[in-house]
Design a protein around this ligand. Structure first.
Ligand SMILES: *[C@@H]1O[C@H](CO)[C@@H](O)[C@H](O)[C@H]1NC(C)=O
Ligand SMILES: *[C@@H]1O[C@H](CO)[C@@H](O)[C@H](O)[C@H]1NC(C)=O
Ligand SMILES: *[C@@H]1O[C@H](CO)[C@@H](O)[C@H](O)[C@H]1NC(C)=O
Ligand SMILES: *[C@@H]1O[C@H](CO)[C@@H](O)[C@H](O)[C@H]1NC(C)=O
Ligand SMILES: *[C@@H]1O[C@H](CO)[C@@H](O)[C@H](O)[C@H]1NC(C)=O
Ligand SMILES: *[C@@H]1O[C@H](CO)[C@@H](O)[C@H](O)[C@H]1NC(C)=O
Ligand SMILES: *[C@@H]1O[C@H](CO)[C@@H](O)[C@H](O)[C@H]1NC(C)=O
Ligand SMILES: *[C@@H]1O[C@H](CO)[C@@H](O)[C@H](O)[C@H]1NC(C)=O
Ligand SMILES: *[C@@H]1O[C@H](CO)[C@@H](O)[C@H](O)[C@H]1NC(C)=O
Ligand SMILES: *[C@@H]1O[C@H](CO)[C@@H](O)[C@H](O)[C@H]1NC(C)=O
Length: 681
């Protein structure tokens, strides 16, 4: 049985979250995967009893050899062989992609470290939070990797000499009078400033800097543009350093970042372009002209150890916002009758959690379209189909696949994914959870709406699925939760990552933003169906942020300045977005297949699609950029459909004609859904 404890914390207006304790959450059968990496390789032992992040900004540090780079804005860091290398990346751009290049500008380690035994781990994550990860590099360096800190900060835990080497040459080296500040010029033009909590005696030779024994805190920052005004900013804020950062959900459409800091003075952090758009200026002070470049756009100095972000409110609803044109009802009824007649749960050939979920959600749309146009006769058949398709996944009787619980990382895997890294698109190694589960949640939300008795019966399983990627309690703070906190959602970038436990040199990635939006939107709908206002609120908030981030980093408008002109001129939408790269290709198609690139950023077509594509000027640019691709041989009607759906936002009649010529639809789409869409514009 489920017990939901709602805490309303008086005085501190932290968001009314629902805490889901392990003992209250339905557990899918526990299973030991044969393909998952062992988290004990890089997490400190005290973290292992809680669920662990699987799609996080620091994932590369804890899988494989833990030695691939990660982007801790504004620097890329790489840790290996008891060292941590730091890079202020350059950006390479052409029309195919834009990408940051890692160069080990400074490489930090303890001097004379006896050859580290490379079969042992040489770094360990000792803690993590929404906005940071603390990395202990053996034997005595502790790095506080806090996202958006212009300083790389580390603590030397014992009296040891440290060594900083560079790929370049040191050409200028200037200590100040108290030896707590060194200005280090490299022959690649970069100037770095090193600050120390206590005097440190550093000497340099060629491409190496070494210290005498030191214990204390060291901070290193790149001097942006070598500019003296920036230097005084760094000086001023050099003695307050962050060690962790949390994102608190407050009220509706309100997120607060709160850093834990040490030292004296105010905290200086960097904001990305989306932060700057959402930030409540009452909470902070922007430092004019102080900025670092990034593939995500300029990162700008902000003073304050707490920021309030206010995403635009999104109203999550079952139906289109303006309603369907009444004159079109007969056409939609005809299509709907036909589509519903075709529903047959016993002839579904796929057992894939992804494709199966899409079929479930496709049918669920038919029930809602029926409701919206008052053609409720179709509902009983859809209801039966939804029951027949969803129940086996919830009660574990589905033949050929099913959900299982992996205790090692704390999350769901599928039967097919339990012994394969590629089955179910890598669901078994924590890829794409929000995509797959999002489709199921849509079906569950609709079924619970039209059949509340069914909804109550399956609520434990339904919530367990949702919590796999929507848990709010923090793994490290609350060992009693079943799932890691917000598995896919990145609380600094404000969008999700789809890639799980695979080492990628470009960091995490996500392709389909619309499927990510669908996940949070569907969770919010489930909240409506179950009359759970906190789920509605969290789902709506995450929906809003995912949409903001999509519009900021995936949707590329002709006059955008975020990416270099040679990328912007050729791309109206990013294919795969990586932590440090923007790609024009897809996992499943080359850059020229623009209809697929558009389609994967639109599907599934839903009421929330109109919010995601609310900028009609952009929509027109995107469609016009795509249309020539439709002349290519081999373009399927399934993909054409999404191009016409967007065309319908500004050119309804032409789009309708195009839609009527289609002979097929995407496996998650239908003619009735296309007509519903076009006649509700
Ligand atoms: C670690 O050091 C060894 C030997 O010095 C070297 O071969 C290896 O490439 C290093 N690993 C990384 C990831 O730099
Ligand atoms: C940093 O230095 C260590 C030796 O201390 C070396 O093994 C490692 O490969 C270097 N890292 C990079 C990225 O060059
Ligand atoms: C693309 O534009 C960037 C920034 O203007 C420039 O540095 C780069 O050389 C250009 N790339 C190509 C391939 O022209
Ligand atoms: C962009 O640069 C990459 C790497 O050099 C190259 O492989 C690709 O062909 C380039 N794209 C174009 C359109 O020139
Ligand atoms: C290195 O570590 C491995 C595994 O822990 C161990 O078997 C081996 O003896 C160690 N080698 C040295 C030289 O310490
Ligand atoms: C490597 O592992 C062995 C066995 O677990 C341990 O005795 C040794 O101290 C470790 N070495 C380092 C450098 O951590
Ligand atoms: C050296 O720089 C640090 C950091 O800006 C400052 O606190 C200290 O007063 C400076 N010392 C001298 C002698 O200028
Ligand atoms: C499944 O059954 C429906 C209705 O009987 C039919 O229209 C449809 O073509 C069948 N699909 C497959 C793949 O057999
Ligand atoms: C559903 O599909 C199955 C298997 O293809 C078929 O035997 C059955 O007749 C279909 N049911 C309906 C109502 O068409
Ligand atoms: C993987 O698991 C599936 C489903 O349990 C099973 O059918 C298959 O035989 C397994 N494959 C291997 C290689 O163990």
């Amino acid at each position: 049985m489920l017990i939901f404890l709602s805490f309303i914390l008086l005085f501190t207006p932290v968001y009314t979250t629902t805490i889901h304790r392990k003992s209250d959450v339905y557990t899918f059968p526990e299973f030991k995967s044969t393909v998952l990496p062992d988290p004990s390789a890089f997490f400190s032992p005290d973290l292992l009893s809680s669920p662990l992040p699987t799609n996080s900004f620091f994932q590369n540090l804890v899988i494989g050899n833990g030695d691939q780079p990660e982007y801790i804005h504004p620097y890329i860091i790489q840790t290996s062989n008891s060292s941590l290398a730091l890079s202020y990346p350059s950006i390479f751009t052409n029309s195919s992609f834009t990408q940051q290049i890692f160069t080990p500008d400074l490489n930090i380690s303890v001097s004379n470290n006896p050859n580290p035994n490379r079969t042992n781990r040489t770094h360990v994550v000792s803690s993590f939070s929404d906005l940071s990860v603390t990395l202990d590099v053996q034997p005595s360096l502790r790095f506080f990797l806090v996202r958006g800190s212009p300083f790389l900060t580390f603590q030397v835990l014992q009296n040891v000499p440290i060594s900083i080497s560079t790929l370049h040459k040191v050409r200028a080296f200037v200590p100040n009078g108290s030896k707590t500040k060194y200005k280090i010029g490299l022959n690649n033009g970069q100037v770095w400033i090193l600050y120390s909590s206590d005097p440190i005696k550093l000497t340099t030779e060629g491409s190496k800097i070494t210290s005498e024994s030191f214990r204390g805190v060291i901070r290193i920052a790149l001097l942006p543009n070598g500019d003296s005004k920036a230097e005084s900013v760094l000086d001023k804020f050099s003695s307050c350093y962050p060690v962790a950062g949390h994102a608190l959900f407050r009220g509706s459409f309100n997120v607060e970042y709160r850093w834990k800091d040490r030292g004296v003075g105010d905290l200086l952090m960097l904001a990305n372009p989306l932060h700057l758009r959402l930030i409540d200026h009452k909470s902070i002070k922007v430092v004019d002209g102080f900025k670092y470049k990034s593939v995500d756009g300029d990162l700008v100095g902000v003073v304050g150890s707490s920021w309030v972000l206010k995403p635009d409110p999104v109203k999550v609803d079952w139906y289109s916002s303006k309603g369907v044109d009444k004159e079109s009802y007969p056409q939609i009824v005809k299509a709907l009758d036909e589509d519903v007649k075709g529903l047959n749960s016993s002839n579904i050939s796929t057992t894939s959690s992804y494709f199966y979920g899409k079929l479930v959600a496709r049918a669920a749309r038919m029930a809602l379209i029926g409701e919206e146009i008052g053609h409720v006769e179709v509902i009983p058949k859809v209801k039966q189909y939804l029951k027949d398709t969803i129940e086996p996944w919830l009660d574990g009787t589905f033949v050929g696949n099913g959900f299982l619980y992996d205790k090692s990382w704390g999350g769901l895997i599928t039967t097919q994914g339990s012994n394969s890294t590629t089955a179910d698109f890598g669901f078994g190694i924590y890829n794409d959870h929000h995509f797959h589960i999002g489709y199921f949640l849509y079906g569950i939300a609709v079924l619970a709406k039209i059949d509340p008795i069914w909804g109550r019966k399956y609520k434990p399983q339904a919530y367990s699925l949702m919590l796999d990627f929507m848990t709010l309690s923090k793994g490290s703070d609350d060992s009693d939760s079943m799932y890691t906190r917000l598995r896919s959602f990145d609380l600094w970038k404000l969008h999700s990552w789809a890639a799980g436990l695979t080492v990628f040199e470009n960091g995490r990635n996500q392709e389909s933003t619309s499927e990510a939006v669908n996940a949070y939107y569907s969770a919010a709908l489930m909240g409506l169906a179950y009359e759970d206002p906190s789920l509605v609120a969290v789902g709506s908030l995450l929906t809003s942020m995912e949409i903001h981030a999509t519009q900021t980093w995936w949707h590329v408008k002709e006059d955008d300045k975020l990416y270099a002109a040679n990328f912007t001129s050729e791309n109206r939408v990013v294919g795969i977005l990586w932590s440090i790269k923007r790609d024009s290709v897809l996992w499943f198609a080359p850059a020229e297949f623009k209809e697929m690139r558009l389609g994967i950023q639109v599907l599934p077509l839903l009421p929330v699609t109109e919010i995601l594509f609310s900028d009609l000027e952009y929509v027109k640019q995107l469609v016009e950029w795509t249309l020539p691709s439709l002349k290519r041989e081999g373009v399927t009607d399934a993909w054409r459909g999404f191009v016409y759906a967007l065309e319908g936002l500004y050119e309804k009649d032409i789009a309708l004609k195009n839609i009527k010529k289609l002979t097929g639809h995407d496996d998650g789409n239908s003619l009735s859904n296309m007509l519903w869409w076009i006649f509700s514009r």
